[in-house]
Design a binder for this molecule. Sequence first.
Ligand code: PLP
Length: 383
Amino acid sequence: MQRIYLDHAASTPMHPRVAEAMMKVMTGQYGNASSIHAFGREAKRTVSGARDVIAASLGCYPDELVFTGGGTESDNLAIFGAVAARADQGKHVITTVIEHHAVLHSCKELERQGFDVTYLGVDEYGRISLEELREAIRPDTVLITMMYANNEVGTIQPIREVGEIAREHGVLFHTDAVQALGSQPISCRDLPVDLMSFSAHKINGPQGVGALYVRRGVTLEARSHGGLQERKRRAGTENIAGIAGFAEALKIITEEADAHLQHDLELRTLLLDQLALHVGTEHFHVNGHAEHVLPNILNISFPEVTTETMLMNLDMEDIAVASGSACTSGSLEVSHVLQAMNLPEAFLQSAIRFSWGLGNTTKEIIITAEKIGTILERLRNRP
Ligand code: PLP
């Protein structure tokens, strides 16, 4: 039987066109983009062509993009780079309790360095309160960092409103859009956001490459020192093949946005319908927001069986799902996101994240729901 991959929020299969674009670069372009000879100029052209494509897709100027080694590095550069450039203005940062660890652990490090960090809570659906955000802003607040959409439950935050509040108070606003990219129409120019993190491997591009959008006029202090690449904001020889792959992935996502969304929504509705059919609505609970949610993530608790048992049973059926964030999927700790949503203990202990995308079929969704029904039945009838 074919394996079924429903863990796209962790990483996605590479699109064949991306692999082709990268192969062309990997086999034909070995110059360093900083070299002045023809090989170097060719590499530089590849980077700048990719930058133009990505900027057009994201609705920003090419010089507003800093290529990085992925979402984690983009988040780190945004947070540490922004506060370092504003050291004379204050030492208070606002974030949320449900951020990805790339942001949460960065904020913990800021605290260790003497910063004050306010962690905003969320409601039972994973949304923050704009009122609480307003109340948290202080004269010494230098940065708000809040994810666009959550990687475990898919809940989308009111990013525009948060950005407007940040502007009113003259506070810089960073959003981690790693999980939102690809399923939300993102135009950096049209959003009141100063810094935005992206990662290629969540949109059928390569792992280990990403970008940070830095609005023109926003100053950042570099985190890595060395060469003058990326307008002195990120030293180091560029990952040319990765950047070319990232550009191709974004091009495809942009060209096929409508079809992509329809596909994701179809699979979402189907999974819920099929689970209702094979499991029964009284035996599962959807965690996350019903409306402000990504179309390709469903976090569901099956209170009769622990996350670990369900994961293992599905794995034996060659179906890959997750317990929560990819970075913690090796260890099955209770999710900090679900905890923050104040869900009943039984839901915390039995949550499964399904996430889908390119290559997933309706048949796979039907098989998955059927198997879950069979697994639950088997476990119920255990002596
Ligand atoms: N931010 C969010 C919301 C994510 O989901 C992830 C990856 O799971 C990251 C950041 C880290 O991105 P990367 O894997 O490219 O370092």
